[in-house]
Design a protein around this ligand. Structure first.
Ligand SMILES: O=P(O)(O)OC[C@H]1O[C@H](OP(=O)(O)OP(=O)(O)O)[C@H](O)[C@@H]1O
Ligand SMILES: O=c1[nH]c(=O)c2nc[nH]c2[nH]1
Length: 193
């Protein structure tokens, strides 16, 4: 998605530890036009698989996921990082690591909203190591739903998430790909695949 690549070139900042800051468009402030375009692109990529549900994880996955869900006309469910008292048992759980806040987080999805009839595409903001998507796909497995594909807004190719998730055997699509980044070279970013 060329407009996303342009925005990353304009606003992206390299932080210590291999982190890319795109808070002005993905992780803190959201731009409605750009977010809508993300949804349109994800819908083009995944509509042929005929999903009936989009799954994501709070918090930064929610915006691109709801945008895709609106284009596809299907519900969007997000995994919660704290189990609310309103959540009916049984809930599917998994453990993940928060990359930006550090530490392990437990994830929860109610069996009310994910089950064997669901054909699921997972959408998130970042694909880095792939650990978060792995945890989400584990919960899809527990629910009996079918995983159809994975989509992320930004891929950090140098963290090998795509390779790490290849055994899942589903299409992986990203909208912008960070090939590498360094103080010397800046952010080397291309349209995702
Ligand atoms: O591929 P991975 O190595 O798992 O990294 C990607 C994950 O890291 C971030 O989660 P984080 O909990 O840091 O952020 P958020 O609260 O902004 O969603 C991001 O939102 C992805 O979910
Ligand atoms: O804002 C973010 N920047 C990153 O580089 C990153 N990697 C995983 N998750 C991330 N979130």
């Amino acid at each position: 998605m060329q407009s996303l690549v342009d925005a990353i070139r304009e606003q992206g900042l390299i932080l210590p530890g291999g982190f890319l800051k795109v808070d002005g468009l993905v992780n803190h402030q959201l731009l409605p036009g750009l977010t809508r375009e993300m949804g349109v692109r994800f819908a083009e990529l995944f509509a042929p698989l005929q999903p009936n549900k989009i799954l994501t994880i709070e918090v930064s996955g929610i915006a691109p996921a709801i945008s895709a869900a609106m284009e596809l006309g299907v519900p969007m469910v997000y995994a919660r990082k704290k189990k609310p008292l309103t959540m009916k048992e049984p809930a599917f759980t998994a453990s993940s690591v928060s990359r930006t806040k550090g530490g392990a987080v437990d994830l929860f999805i109610s069996s009310e909203f994910l089950g064997p009839d669901d054909r699921v595409v997972v959408i998130d903001d970042f694909l880095a190591s792939g650990g978060t998507l792995r945890a989400l796909t584990g919960m899809i497995g527990l629910s009996g739903a079918t995983l159809l594909g994975l989509g992320c807004v930004v891929e950090k190719q140098f963290e090998s998430g795509r390779e790490n998730l290849a055994d899942l055997g589903v299409p992986i699509h990203t909208l912008a790909n960070i090939v590498r980044m360094s103080e010397a070279e800046g952010i080397v970013v291309e349209v995702g695949a």
